[in-house]
Write a protein that binds this ligand. Structure first.
Ligand code: PMP
Ligand code: GLN
Length: 381
C-alpha cells in the first residue's frame, strides 16, 4: 500500500457493522436505513431492468435523470442549470467527492474542511496528494468558529470541502455561517465542493441552504447530492454533481477513469423519485424526527448529554458519565454491555481531544428498532 494511504486501514463503518453482525447488537453505527425508499422508485428500477436498461449508460448520466436533477435544483432552490453541461451523474456521492477533489487539486494544494469530517474526505485529499486544513466544530452546538476557519486558509488553499447538513454532527449550517465560508472562499479564490447529500433530511423549523444559492457562489461551487440518502437506497450508489460547466467538465474527465458510468436501471428510477411531490421528502424527514426523539429520550433517561440534530440521521452523545472517556473502547464494549453499536467520533477528527467521550448513534431505522436501542442505552450507568 502506498505510504500516503497507510494510515487509513479499514473504515469504521465496516468495522462497526462487523461487530454488530458478530454480536447481534442493534446497529446504530453505520448509517443505512432498514427500510427501502418510496415504492414508485423501487418499481421504476425493476421496470427499467425488464425494459433492458442494463448496458452502460451515457457517461454524464441518462438524459431523464439529468433533467430531473435540473428541475429539482430549480424547484427547491431556484438554481438554474443546463442539463447538458452542468450536471454529472456519479456512482454515489463518494465518487462525486473523489472526482471533484482529484480534478481540482494539484499535489501540495490545501483543502479546507471542518472536523469531525466524513471519512472519505481525508482519504481522497491524501489520494490527490493535497493537504487538509481543518477547523474544529465543538460539541455540543458545533458552531462555526470564524477565527479558526480563517486560520485554516492560506495562499495554497484550492478547495473548501463543506458538508451541510453535516455528518456526523447533524448540524445544518446557518445562513450566517455559510456567508462566512463564502467570504473566505472569495477572498482566497477557492472553489467550494458542497456535499449536500442530507439536503432532504432536515427537521422543521431548520432549513437547508445550498451554498450555491449565496450571492456570487454558484460560479465557484460544485454541489453534490445522493439518492442513497434521499430515497433510502444506499446500495444503489447514484449520486450527482451540479455546478458551472467548466468545473463539472473537470470532474467528468476524472470520473471517466474511476468507473466510467454505471447504475443504468437505477438512474431512471431516481429521476422518477426526484419528480415526486415534496410531501414525500417531508414525510420521510418527519418519520426520522420521531426516531430521533425516541433515541434522545433513551439517552436522557441515562443522563447522557446529546445533541438534538437539525438534520441528517445522527445524534452525538457525550458518554463520559457512563465510562466512555475513551469512546473507541466504549464502542467496542457497548454490544456486550447493552447490545448496541455506535461509532466513536474521534475517527473523524485530527484533534482527538475535541472528540473525547463522543459517540455517534444513527437513528435511520424503523421506529421500534430505534425505541429498543434507546431502551437499551437508557440502562447505561
Ligand atoms: N457524504 C456524506 C457526508 C455521507 O454521509 C455519505 C454517506 N455516508 C456520503 C457522502 C457517501 O454517499 P454515497 O453513499 O452516495 O456514496
Ligand atoms: N455514510 C454512512 C455513515 O456515515 C456510511 C457510509 C459507509 O459505510 N461508507 O454512516
Amino acid at each position: 500500500l502506498v505510504e500516503r494511504m497507510r494510515s487509513f486501514g479499514t473504515t469504521i463503518f465496516t468495522r462497526m457493522s462487523a461487530l454488530a453482525n458478530q454480536t447481534g447488537a442493534i446497529n446504530l453505527g453505520q448509517g443505512f436505513p432498514d427500510e427501502d425508499g418510496p415504492q414508485e422508485v423501487l418499481d421504476a428500477a425493476v421496470a427499467a431492468i425488464r425494459a433492458g436498461d442494463n448496458q452502460y449508460p451515457p457517461l454524464p448520466g441518462v438524459v431523464d435523470l439529468r433533467h430531473a436533477i435540473v428541475r429539482h435544483q430549480e424547484r427547491r432552490y431556484g438554481l438554474s442549470l443546463n442539463a447538458d453541461t452542468d450536471v454529472l451523474v456519479t456512482m454515489g456521492a463518494t465518487e462525486a467527492i473523489a472526482a471533484s477533489v482529484l480534478a481540482l487539486c494539484e499535489p501540495g494544494d490545501e483543502v479546507v474542511t471542518f472536523e469531525p469530517y466524513y471519512d472519505s474526505y481525508a482519504a481522497v485529499i491524501a489520494l490527490a496528494g493535497a493537504t487538509r486544513r481543518t477547523s474544529v466544530l465543538r460539541f455540543s452546538d458545533f458552531a462555526l468558529d470564524e477565527e479558526s476557519l480563517r486560520a485554516a486558509f492560506s495562499e495554497r488553499t484550492r478547495l473548501v470541502l463543506l458538508n451541510t447538513p453535516h455528518n456526523p454532527t447533524g448540524k445544518v449550517f446557518t445562513a450566517d455561517e455559510l456567508e462566512v465560508i463564502a467570504r473566505l472562499a472569495v477572498e482566497y479564490d477557492a472553489i467550494v465542493v458542497a456535499d449536500e447529500v442530507y439536503e432532504h433530511l432536515v427537521f422543521a423549523p431548520a432549513r437547508h441552504i445550498p451554498m450555491a444559492t449565496l450571492p456570487g457562489m454558484a460560479q465557484r461551487t460544485l454541489t453534490i447530492g445522493s439518492a442513497g440518502k434521499t430515497f433510502a437506497t444506499t446500495g444503489w450508489k447514484i449520486g450527482w454533481i451540479t455546478g458551472p460547466a467548466e468545473l463539472v467538465a473537470a470532474a467528468r474527465t476524472v470520473k471517466q477513469f474511476l468507473t466510467f458510468a454505471g447504475g443504468a436501471p437505477f438512474q431512471p428510477a431516481v429521476a422518477a423519485g426526484l419528480a415526486l411531490p415534496d410531501t414525500v421528502f417531508d414525510d420521510y424527514a418527519a418519520g426520522l424526527a420521531q426516531a430521533r426523539d425516541a433515541l434522545l429520550a433513551g439517552l436522557a433517561q441515562a443522563g447522557i448529554p446529546a445533541t438534538n440534530p437539525d438534520g441528517t440521521y445522527f445524534v452525538i452523545a457525550d458518554v463520559r458519565s457512563v465510562g466512555g472517556e475513551d469512546a473507541m473502547q466504549f464502542c467496542l464494549d457497548l454490544p456486550a454491555r447493552v447490545g448496541v453499536v455506535g461509532v466513536p467520533v474521534s475517527v473523524f477528527c485530527d484533534d482527538k481531544e475535541s472528540a473525547a467521550g463522543l459517540v455517534r448513534f444513527a437513528f435511520c431505522k424503523r421506529l421500534p428498532v430505534v425505541q429498543e436501542g434507546a431502551r437499551r442505552l437508557s440502562q447505561l450507568t
